[in-house]
Design a protein around this ligand. Structure first.
Ligand SMILES: Cc1cc2nc3c(=O)[nH]c(=O)nc-3n(C[C@H](O)[C@H](O)[C@H](O)COP(=O)(O)OP(=O)(O)OC[C@H]3O[C@@H](n4cnc5c(N)ncnc54)[C@H](O)[C@@H]3O)c2cc1C
Length: 548
């Protein structure tokens, strides 16, 4: 058996490493740390493993990267033993997968659940982090690794009167474990991003009436979900290693066909046929139909117009169709959604669309939602309003580095990191899928595995070179150069123009800066590997002096 059965380490309050979060990132990090012989403790706010899939239990929740690809690749036994039932698994199945991995690797023994980390302070005298939690005594560790998730800090809009609402309200990312029965109810859904687009058709099946409050229409393409083809599963499992290598060196970490031609160099008929082929196949490959859809506005417009025409052809009421058609921004600059029957749901007589650009919400009243136009009586409100993405969960903790400097202050004008992994002034603190890394633009499992493996190798190299008092920290100059590079890539692509959660635009007062690295997972991995091969170029590595 490969490294799957590793004994849990002793449970002293001082560890080599503390990991915050037990989603897919924290789980794998724990495993890698154990394999390298480090003692580790994971602290998780939720009641079990799974992260996103523990919290997002809303109807319709499922992955939009194919399940075969949205799976760990590091363990042949897990690949062999686990089978997915659908092309895109629903949340309960993904949560079962996380639980299965946790059992298989004995992970839970080193995870403390129901433990929210409130802060962490770096002690310059002994090079350790002291981590405080909502309950219990502080814990100490040489290395602090955040695996808190890019999409885990729920954003509930600050609407006047919400406290007076006499019905029930929910956020998709904090869904009750016992489920919610909307049968016969009038339900308001606020928000039409990825979660709303998944949830609305599922709630419409149950509720007496659904009123959707839309601020910005989003582009969505069909998932074309269905039972997983056994032949495809066999092929995938037989070729897992080669496919994982292909994903790791690809732009997005997806095993899709990346079009190599410009959308503008082919005839209109050819272009249409290619968009049509990808639309009917379903999945995230639509935006990869041509090489320049995220580089040229003109090329992008061809894809955007194709989807706009599709919306008009699906939605029968003309006024509703026009409200659903995204205008004024390029496709892909807000996360492209995948749906099952989203646009068609508006053909139902029991689903109404309210355009908040025409009639904004003014307040929540005891019996419903009041807009500038009218009052909608509802029994329940679902906020599908997303997250304070990428930095929200990190900055919710009071992290203090050298000289007591708060991460919140260091990042007041926007996050700053070297490779999205470390920040100057915060020694031995790593962020998995942190700002400045490819993260949310990619198949997250591929990005998580890359970060975890890089960090584990980095710690092992560090300890070999500098012993148990080793320190590593990003150099300020390397960090500044990296952030320039991240900005340059955002400007080179269309992403620099994004007005979305990618750039903090959904959160009032959040600094506007394009948060992920837009150069692709393959290039990014090569750079991280080059940095390591050159003796961790751009990082200061040293040992804390004896007696300090
Ligand atoms: C509805 C939804 C669908 C998605 N679908 C896809 C998809 O199809 N493909 C894809 O690639 N990505 C998808 N994502 C992104 C998804 O978040 C990642 O794929 C992946 O699950 C992230 O894993 P993680 O471990 O980094 O973070 P998470 O899964 O978010 O886990 C972070 C954990 O940290 C915990 N935590 C946070 N702060 C603290 C604290 N202070 N103290 C203690 N614990 C803390 C949280 O409770 C959480 O359990 C989706 C996200 C959402 C919300």
């Amino acid at each position: 058996m490969s490294e799957t059965l590793v004994r849990p380490h002793d449970r002293a309050a001082r560890f080599d490493a503390i990991v915050v979060g037990a989603g897919f990132a924290g789980m794998y990090m724990l495993h890698r740390l154990r394999v390298s012989g480090f003692t580790a403790r994971v602290l998780e706010a939720g009641g079990d493993v799974g992260g996103t899939w523990y919290w997002n239990r809303y109807p319709g929740a499922r992955c939009d990267v194919e399940s075969l690809e949205y799976s760990y690749s590091f363990c042949p036994e897990i690949t062999r033993e686990w089978s997915w039932s659908e092309r895109y698994a629903a949340q309960p199945e993904i949560l079962r997968y996380a639980g299965y991995v946790a059992d298989r690797l004995n992970l839970r023994e080193d995870i403390r659940f129901g433990t929210r980390v409130t802060g962490a302070v770096y002690d310059e005298d002994d090079g350790c982090w002291t981590v405080t939690t909502e309950h219990g005594a502080p814990l100490r560790a040489r290395f602090l690794i955040t695996a808190v998730g890019c999409l885990s800090a729920a954003n509930v809009p600050d609407l006047p009167g919400l406290g007076s609402f006499e019905g029930r309200w929910y956020h998709t990312g904090r869904w009750p474990h016992e489920g919610v029965d909307f049968t016969g109810e009038r339900v308001a859904v606020v928000g039409t991003g990825s979660s709303g687009i998944q949830l609305i058709p599922a709630v419409a099946e149950q509720a007496a009436h659904v009123t959707v409050f839309q601020r910005t229409p989003n582009f969505s393409t069909p998932a074309v979900n269905g039972p997983l083809d056994p032949a495809r599963e066999r092929w995938f499992k037989d070729n897992r290693d080669a496919l994982a290598r292909r994903a790791r060196t690809s732009p997005g970490g997806f095993l899709i066909e990346y079009g190599e031609r410009s959308a503008l160099e082919v005839s209109p008929e050819e272009r249409l046929a290619e968009f049509e082929r990808r639309w009917s196949r379903g999945g995230v490959g639509f935006l990869a139909a041509f090489s320049d859809l995220l580089l040229s506005e003109e090329a992008n417009r061809t894809a955007a117009d194709f989807v706009r025409d599709k919306i008009r052809s699906i939605v029968t009421d003309r006024a509703t169709a026009e409200r659903l058609v995204p205008t004024g921004y390029s496709i892909g600059l807000k996360r492209l959604c995948l749906d099952t029957g989203y646009y068609a749901v508006y053909n139902r007589p029991d689903v109404t669309l309210v355009d908040l650009r025409e009639t904004p919400i003014t307040e929540i009243v005891p019996n419903g939602i009041r807009t500038a136009g009218e009052t909608f009586d509802v029994d329940a409100v679902v906020f599908a309003t997303g997250y304070d993405a990428i930095t929200g969960a990190l900055l919710a903790m009071d992290i203090r580095g050298r000289g007591g400097r708060r991460l919140r202050d260091a990042w007041a004008a926007g996050p700053s990191s070297y490779l999205g992994l470390m920040s100057a002034g915060f020694p031995n603190l790593f962020t998995i899928t942190g700002p400045g890394s490819p993260s949310v633009l990619t198949n997250m499992i591929v990005s998580i595995e890359q970060h975890v493996e890089w960090i584990a190798a980095c710690l092992a190299d560090l300890e070999r070179a500098f012993g148990p008092r080793a320190l590593i920290e990003a150099e300020a100059g390397a960090e500044a150069a990296w952030m320039d590079h991240v900005r340059e890539l955002a400007e080179f692509t269309l992403y620099g123009r994004a007005e979305s959660w990618y750039s903090g635009a959904n959160i009032a007062g959040k600094p506007r800066t394009f948060l992920p690295y837009a150069g692709g997972v393959g290039n990014y991995r090569a750079m991280c590997d080059r940095v390591a091969a050159r003796g961790y170029e751009g990082f200061l590595r040293t040992a804390l002096p004896e007696g300090a």
